[in-house]
Ligand binder design. Structure first.
Ligand code: SAM
Length: 363
């Protein structure tokens, strides 16, 4: 089926599209993915994401009325899909803390891309509530899930998450998700030098042969509160070297254009492992992700400092064509490539006025 271009766009802006009619940004990158932060709250205080010093008991989370409702999210998702989006990832904060999240999944699971394919829905979670929620999510139409887990010992996990979290709780969540039929299941491990790098090989040993894809993420300078230093980053090459010392691995190609992880497979069998090297091998040139914050602002980059307020326009009673033009205009002007600029500066963070925190726009 050929993709339909929304009629209002030809009048509203001078939008550029690729051959499948996905909207192109200022650097020719198509709009394909939408990250949706459904809550800015989290029950962990990972030092690299929501450090307790900044997100303590006095931190003001968004009041409920400021959050996009499920109906508002669905309406905006439909518009993003018309502009080329094929995949939506629910994230946060911790998305499973959003009450009734399965009802949102159910609404999104009914949507189709402009090519007539079902919208792909993914979710990233810290796993603490997954055992309780996995079946309802699967029944609602979720197919796949990504679980964050930064080590296999409680001591490491406590250090990374600054919370009283037991590894067994997350592993149980993964087990229940597998039993519920969520597939694929991926595990994300952020690696911080001197804190959890000793867990690289045990994590590979644990997940090899389980059908679960483990992905190591370089510690990034998202937001302004995590005290990022290049010295704390373990480069993806060094991570892969450690895995390869234990299990020979060989590189395999991307599953799709714009995939963030570099994929490797265990040479002797046992599945695959990946690295997300956004610090040492920036992949901005293929970034097709727009981000919608918990309160309905559109961000063009994980490292952006400002977004376009879609909620205000939506609640102001404007119709879909106005919202569509607003999204298309923001994407059409997009030239963000923060990680490439940081890499060009040999790891020096690029100073914007104030980068938005990750819990607010979603990882
Ligand atoms: N609460 C959910 C979770 O823990 O997966 C979803 C939100 S979290 C912000 C999404 C992903 O971003 C997680 O895998 C997390 O480890 C990753 N992340 C957060 N801060 C990061 C940072 N500074 N560097 C690299 N990855 C980070």
């Amino acid at each position: 089926m050929s993709a339909q271009r929304p009629a209002e766009l030809s009048d509203a802006i001078d939008a550029k599209h690729d051959s499948s009619n996905a909207l192109l940004d200022g650097l020719g990158r198509p709009l394909r993915d939408l990250r949706l932060s459904v809550t800015d709250r989290c029950n962990l205080r990972c030092t690299y994401c929501m450090p307790r010093a900044s997100f303590d008991e006095n931190h003001a989370f968004l009041p409920r009325a400021e959050l996009l409702s499920f109906e508002e999210i669905e309406r905006l998702a439909r518009l993003f899909i018309r502009l080329g989006v094929r995949k939506v990832r629910l994230t946060g904060g911790e998305p499973l803390l959003r009450r009734g999240i399965e009802h949102l999944v159910e609404k999104l699971a009914r949507l189709h891309t402009t090519e007539g394919q079902p919208l792909e829905i993914a979710l990233t979670t810290n796993g603490t509530l997954l055992a309780r929620k996995a079946k309802a999510l699967k029944d609602a139409g979720l197919k796949r899930v990504t679980v964050s887990l930064d080590g296999l010992s409680d001591a490491t996990l406590r250090r990374m998450s600054d919370s009283d979290l037991a590894v067994a709780t997350v592993l149980e969540g993964i087990e229940v998700a597998q039993a519920a039929g969520l597939d694929p299941i991926k595990v994300n491990m952020v690696v911080k030098r001197g804190v959890n790098e000793h867990e690289i090989v045990p994590m590979a040993e644990h997940f090899r042969g389980t059908g679960i894809v483990l992905r190591f993420i370089e510690f990034m300078d998202v937001g302004c509160t995590n005290g990022w230093r290049m010295d704390d980053v373990v480069p993806a090459r060094a991570i892969l070297d450690r895995v390869a010392e234990r299990f020979p691995i060989e590189q395999i190609g991307q599953a799709y254009n714009g995939e963030v992880a570099e994929r490797w497979r265990y040479a002797a069998g046992g599945g695959e492992v990946g690295v997300i090297a956004s610090v040492t091998q920036a992949f901005c040139h293929e970034c097709s992700r727009a981000r919608l914050s918990t309160d309905g602002k559109l961000y063009n980059c994980l490292f952006a400092n400002d977004g376009v307020d879609l909620r205000g326009v939506l609640r102001g009673g404007e119709d879909d064509s106005v919202l569509t033009s607003l999204i298309a205009d923001a994407w059409g002007r997009r030239t963000d490539r923060y990680s490439q600029l940081r890499q060009a500066g040999a790891g020096t963070p690029v100073h914007f006025t104030r980068k938005v925190e990750m819990s607010y726009i979603g990882g």
